[in-house]
Design a protein around this ligand. Structure first.
Ligand code: DAH
Length: 340
C-alpha cells in the first residue's frame, strides 16, 4: 500500500506540472484527492492493518494530501503568471510601427488670399462686412446708379430668380446696404464675397467668382486717398516694388472712374509675354463714389465724398502665385490645392 502511495505521489507531481489551465488543474486535483480517487480505496483497505500500520498509512496519506495541495497551489500561481504574460504579449503595442496617416486639410488658396487682404485692410482701420448673394435688383443695380434699362447693365449679364431678385453680379450692392445702415455716419469697409455672371467659362472667366469691394465715405475723401490705399495694398500683396497707375474708365457708380494697373511682377515693368509687352497688368476698378449713389443712400454729396473699388480676388491670387487658369480654383483637384 505504501508503494502504491509512492507511485501515486510521482504520477500526481507529473500530472500537476503538466496542467495547462486552471480547469485542467482542478480536474487533476480531484483525480487524486476526490471521492473517486485511489486514495479512497486505500482508506477502505486500512481496516485490515495493525494499529501501527494504520497510523503509518494515515500519516503517509496526510503527507500525500498536503503534497498534492501544495503542488496544485504552486502550479496555479504559475498558470496565472503564464496567463498574464500571454496577455501582455498579445496586447503589446509595437511603438516602432509607422502610424496611420491622417490627412490634414488646409485653407483654400482663395480663402488665404482673402484673409491676407483682410489683414491689410484691418490694419488700416477698415471693418469687414458681408451682404447676401441672392440680391434685390434695387441694391445690385438701382441704388448703384443703374436704373432699369440702363445700357451699362449689359456689362454684367445676370442670373435672375425673378424680375426683382438675382444672384448678385458684383459686391457693390453691399455699398448701398452699408450706407443705408450707417445712416449718414462716416464709413470705412471692405466686403469680400462670391458674385455670379452669365458667362462662358474659360481660362479667365468663371460664372462664379469672388470680389473684394471697398468703400470709404467721409468728408474730404479724394482720389489721392484711393491711390495711396491701393498702392499700399498691392505692395503688400505683390511685392514692395509694385507700382500702380490709374487709367480713366467708366463705371455708373463712380465719377471719375478709373481702371487700376499694377507693374508686371514678372518683368518689373519692362514688358514681357505675361503683361503682353506693356509692363502693366490690370487688376481692378474704382473711383470716387458717384453723387447719385451717395444721395440715394441718404448722404449729402455736397458734404460727403468717398471712394470705392472692386477687386477680383482670383485675379490677385493668379498674379501672386502664377496660376494660369481661373477654373483651377473651383475643380477641387488636390494636385492643384496641395501647392498652397
Ligand atoms: N462692380 C464692378 C464690377 O464688378 C467693380 C467696381 C468698379 C467696383 C469700380 C467699384 C468701383 O466699387 O468703384 O465690375
Amino acid at each position: 500500500m505504501l508503494e502504491k502511495l509512492m507511485e501515486m505521489k510521482e504520477s500526481a507531481k507529473e500530472k500537476i506540472s503538466e496542467a495547462k489551465t486552471i480547469q485542467e488543474l482542478n480536474e487533476t486535483k480531484s483525480l487524486y484527492l476526490g471521492k473517486k480517487s485511489p486514495l479512497q480505496a486505500l482508506f477502505s483497505q486500512m481496516k485490515d492493518l495493525t494499529n501501527e500500520g494504520k497510523k503509518e498509512l494515515g500519516q503517509k496519506i496526510n503527507e500525500f494530501k498536503t503534497m498534492v495541495e501544495e503542488e496544485v497551489n504552486k502550479r496555479l500561481e504559475k498558470i496565472k503568471e503564464e496567463e498574464v504574460e500571454r496577455r501582455l504579449k498579445m496586447e503589446a503595442i509595437d511603438v516602432t510601427l509607422p502610424g496611420k496617416e491622417i490627412p490634414v486639410g488646409a485653407l483654400h488658396v482663395l480663402t488665404k488670399t482673402i484673409e491676407e487682404m483682410e489683414d491689410i485692410f484691418l490694419s488700416m482701420g477698415y471693418s469687414v462686412v458681408e451682404g447676401p448673394e441672392v440680391e434685390e435688383d434695387k441694391f445690385n443695380f438701382e441704388m448703384m446708379n443703374l436704373p432699369k434699362n440702363h445700357p451699362a447693365r449689359d456689362m454684367q449679364d445676370s442670373f435672375y430668380i425673378n424680375p426683382n431678385i438675382l444672384l448678385r453680379t458684383h459686391t457693390s450692392p453691399v455699398q448701398a446696404r452699408t450706407m443705408l445702415k450707417a445712416k449718414g455716419e462716416p464709413i470705412k469697409v471692405i466686403c469680400p464675397g462670391k458674385v455670379y455672371r452669365r458667362d462662358d467659362d474659360d481660362a479667365t472667366h468663371s460664372h462664379q467668382f469672388m470680389q473684394l469691394e471697398g468703400l470709404v465715405v467721409d468728408k474730404d475723401i479724394s482720389m489721392a486717398d484711393l491711390k495711396g490705399t491701393l498702392s499700399l495694398l498691392m505692395q503688400k500683396m505683390l511685392g514692395k516694388n509694385t507700382k500702380i497707375r490709374f487709367r480713366p474708365s467708366y463705371f455708373p457708380f463712380t465719377e471719375p472712374s478709373v481702371e487700376v494697373d499694377v507693374t508686371c511682377f514678372k518683368c518689373g515693368g519692362k514688358g514681357c509675354p505675361l503683361c503682353k509687352g506693356s509692363g502693366w497688368i490690370e487688376v481692378l476698378g474704382g473711383g470716387k463714389v458717384h453723387p447719385n449713389v451717395l444721395k440715394m443712400a441718404g448722404y449729402d454729396p455736397n458734404v460727403y465724398t468717398g471712394f470705392a473699388f472692386g477687386i477680383g480676388i482670383e485675379r490677385i491670387a493668379m498674379l501672386k502665385h502664377g496660376i494660369d487658369d481661373i477654373r483651377n480654383f473651383y475643380i477641387s483637384d488636390p494636385r492643384f490645392l496641395k501647392q498652397f
